[in-house]
Design a protein. Structure first.
Length: 71
C-alpha cells in the first residue's frame, strides 16, 4: 500500500476505491480527535517510515519497544 500511495495511485480515477481506503482511517481519526480535550496531535505515518521511530520513542521513552514484524 505504501508503494501505491507513493506512486500516486490514489489520484487516478480508476483507483477511487484505493483513495477511499486510504481516507477512511483519517476521517475516523479526525472524528475521534474532535471529542478529545486537549486535542491530541495527529501524525500520518507509513509502516517503517522515519516518523514511526520518533513516535515510539515519545510514547515509550524507556526504549523497551521490540518490533516483531518481518523484514
Amino acid at each position: 500500500m505504501t508503494q501505491w500511495r507513493r506512486a500516486g495511485y490514489q489520484d487516478l480515477p480508476e483507483y477511487e476505491n484505493f483513495k477511499q481506503l486510504l481516507q477512511a482511517p483519517v476521517d475516523d481519526a479526525q472524528e475521534i480527535l474532535q471529542t478529545r480535550f486537549p486535542m491530541p496531535r495527529y501524525i500520518d505515518t507509513e509502516a517503517r517510515g522515519s516518523q514511526v521511530g520518533n513516535d515510539l520513542l515519545n510514547t515509550m521513552p524507556s526504549g523497551m519497544f521490540v518490533c516483531n514484524m518481518p523484514g
